[in-house]
Design a protein around this ligand. Structure first.
Ligand code: ATP
Ligand code: MG
Ligand code: MG
Length: 348
């Protein structure tokens, strides 16, 4: 059988490995950190850094197609890998999503709405952007941010210097603060044949900048629901995308704004494991392996709750709940803010 190469051995890589195995594939995970969550389920793990050309070459030689669980893979490593095997989703999807400014330029170029934004490389830039966008606003590093890290909120223009200092000299983008009623995301998939399938949008609640719950169905009108799916499809088609993508949206009275896109399976899509015949992980493996997309129709109402840090201490109680499906990542140490697992509660 074919072997799927997966860059990144965290919980997403682990659940991709499980899905690959279920479809009869082998998986080979490349991960710099020792003993990652995926190590217990993947057929093979390479522990090496992205600067190790020999390890990357050996990894690429051992697999049929390469995919990834995170978008911040160094460019030089991608160059090396791409010369050997197909990378799905493609490089353009990575380039666009690695940089918040490239991402917003791309989205607005498609005619989609995003928060007002401006590039900030200096304190002068920040004052100029604030003058144009106004406060409140959020300053974010353009690269490498996740779980709300690398962000500083500005309540008023007087917070400018502190916010700029918090970026530590990294390139940043100022975003106008969106007064959204709630947040939703669309988990969308596109196959090699160009077919697009979207899961029902989920409604997301964050706690301390980290996703806490996703609820399906989301509170959306029929028109908003159609809009959300059309936005996702437009993004996937424009990128000639292959695989699963997470599209985060803000719901406002003026319509849906795109917050950010993630060119991979997404935490807000974990509900699909217990709400659909084909979940986001299988859908992604199907797409990157060149299979037709599977049936992503939702057959249950689900609330996904992330188990973060000490939340994992509640596992014994949760294990006794009815209609609750636990998914644990096998991480030994429950540090604050660390995603240890999640539970999908089926509501009917
Ligand atoms: P993720 O873990 O989803 O990748 P991230 O670190 O990339 O997170 P964002 O998604 O940009 O960060 O922001 C995290 C959360 O902060 C959003 O889900 C939203 O709740 C809030 N937020 C971000 N940008 C804005 C904005 N412009 N206006 C209002 N709230 C915002
Ligand atoms: Mg993000
Ligand atoms: Mg986000």
């Amino acid at each position: 059988g074919a072997t799927i190469g997966i860059l990144g051995g965290g919980q997403l890589g682990r659940m991709l490995s499980v899905a690959a195995a279920r479809l009869g594939f082998r998986s080979h995970v490349f991960e710099p950190a020792a003993n990652p969550p995926a190590a217990h389920v993947a057929d093979r793990v390479t522990t090496a850094g992205y600067d190790d050309a020999a390890a990357l070459a050996a990894f690429a030689a051992s697999v049929d197609v390469i995919t990834y669980e995170f978008e911040n893979i160094p460019t030089a490593a991608l160059d090396l890998l791409e010369a050997a095997k197909p990378i799905r989703p493609n490089r353009r999807a990575l380039a666009v999503s690695q940089d918040r400014i490239a991402e917003k330029d791309f989205l607005t170029g498609l005619g989609l709405s995003v928060a007002p934004y401006g590039a900030v490389d200096s304190l002068d830039d920040l004052h100029a952007a604030l003058g144009r966008i106004g406060a409140p606003a959020i300053l974010k590093t353009t690269r490498l941010g996740y779980d709300g890290k690398g962000q500083a909120r500005l309540r008023t223009a007087e917070d400018a210097e502190a916010a700029f200092a918090a970026m530590g000299g990294a390139a940043a983008v100022l975003e106008g603060f969106v007064n959204f009623s709630h947040e939703v995301s669309v988990i969308a998939a596109r196959g090699i044949d160009g077919a697009v399938a979207c899961y029902d949008p989920g409604e997301n609640v964050h706690r301390d900048g980290i996703l806490h719950t996703t609820t399906v169905p989301a509170r959306l009108s029929a028109a908003q629901r159609a809009d959300a799916v059309l936005i996702a499809a437009r993004i996937l088609n424009a990128l000639d995308y292959v695989g699963v993508m997470g599209v985060e949206l803000f719901v406002t009275p003026q319509g849906l704004l795109v917050n950010e896109i993630a060119p991979r399976v997404h935490n807000s899509g974990h509900w699909t494991q217990n709400g659909c015949a084909v979940d986001q992980f299988e859908q992604h493996i199907r797409a990157v392996a060149g299979w037709p997309l599977g049936d992503g129709n939702r057959y249950a109402d689900v609330v996904m709750e992330n188990l973060i840090g000490d939340d994992v201490l509640r596992v014994p109680q949760i294990a006794g709940e009815r209609n609750a499906a636990l998914h644990l990542y096998g991480k030994a140490e429950a540090r604050p803010g660390r995603k240890m697992g999640h539970v999908n509660r089926i509501k009917g």
